[in-house]
Ligand binder design. Sequence first.
Ligand code: ADP
Ligand code: ASP
Ligand code: MG
Length: 409
Amino acid sequence: MGLIVQKFGGTSVGSAEKIQNAANRAIAEKKQGHQVVVVVSAMGKSTDSLVSLAKQITAQPSKREMDMLLATGEQVTISLLSMALQEQGYDAVSYTGWQAGIRTEHVHGNARITDINTSAVEDQLSEGKIVVVAGFQGMTEEGQITTLGRGGSDTTAVALAAALKADKCDIYTDVPGVFTTDPRYVKSARKLSGISYDEMLELANLGAGVLHPRAVEFAKNYLVPLEVRSSTETEAGTLIEEEPSMEQNLIVRGIAFEDQITRVTVSGLANGLTTLSTIFTALAKRNINVDIIIQTAAGDNKTGISFSVKSEDTDNTVAVLDEYKDALKFDQIETESKLAKVSIVGSGMVSNPGVAAEMFAVLAKKNIQVKMVSTSEIKVSTVISENDMVKAVEALHDAFELSKQASVV
Ligand code: ADP
Ligand code: ASP
Ligand code: MG
């Protein structure tokens, strides 16, 4: 007998019928003799609907009230799924995040889980119940409701699996696994049988929405065996593990992309020792996440900086820089929006020089201008025009032969 944590995303619990289907998946594991915890998201697109409801009331809702509102979505699903299980004669109980002992830091809208007191869930499991837990939510030490950021139910599931020392965490979703790139955009994308924690972490951080990045972080840190699989088909999904045994060690494993990126360029900056720290400390204090940073030398003791931010942060970024105009003594700020970041990821890059060069050559051949670049041991990211994003991903997918079935080693 083992302990299995299952997670069902929004589409997979988007109707009464789909909730029945999720119940059947939980029952199938229970029938195998396992203890079962099920983590669920809000039904369908209901989180989006709650966000747009709030926007009809105010342009800038308080973050605390936003969490209060969004946390209701998952509570609808936990009660309905428990009812579906009870209807089929199984003992089930629904728990909110805080009832399940999920404690978070005091940050509204994007809180990190700090610890989990699993005793209540364990008591229910030992009584033979299927425990249904609301994803995406927790509570601070002071008793405030928080949410974990969009897509955060994955993190609830993996963190619970780690805390309960589960034998497995299955993420049921609307695609049959992790693909070489988003199969909604690239028809030739191929399902991977396995991928390493590190590669998955890069892909998730670089925009592959299939898993919440913090979920992968938890899985890597606690070595949680994780599988992403279809909620409607029974085929095996993708295993996320230390060393994927069923996949060849390809140079490029996958391609991630993200749109709505803006490049901010500040020119004619005084080239002082503290220039960089002044800019980026000010932005960090306002919670503005800066991604790629490029510094350019200019004559006359002047310097220039370009960096990328999410487009939604553009106005705030410019406002913060303007506040520091006297200290920074820059000439001007320029912004370019409608950009996208396209990244190739693969652990084989570490030992293969020339991957970035090949990427640039592929993009040049397609007449795609690269505006910014950033690399790490296992990824190369380029910032390009949003209009070229899908074309670039398709070209790179072809050039690195990602749709070819890798031979098993
Ligand atoms: P859920 O509601 O189940 O959490 P999500 O919409 O968050 O589902 O994640 C699944 C979606 O992730 C897929 O429908 C797909 O469009 C997208 N996706 C992005 N990159 C990938 C990838 N590399 N492999 C599979 N799916 C991907
Ligand atoms: N319901 C939340 C969202 O839509 C959390 C999740 O689905 O993982 O972002
Ligand atoms: Mg998701």
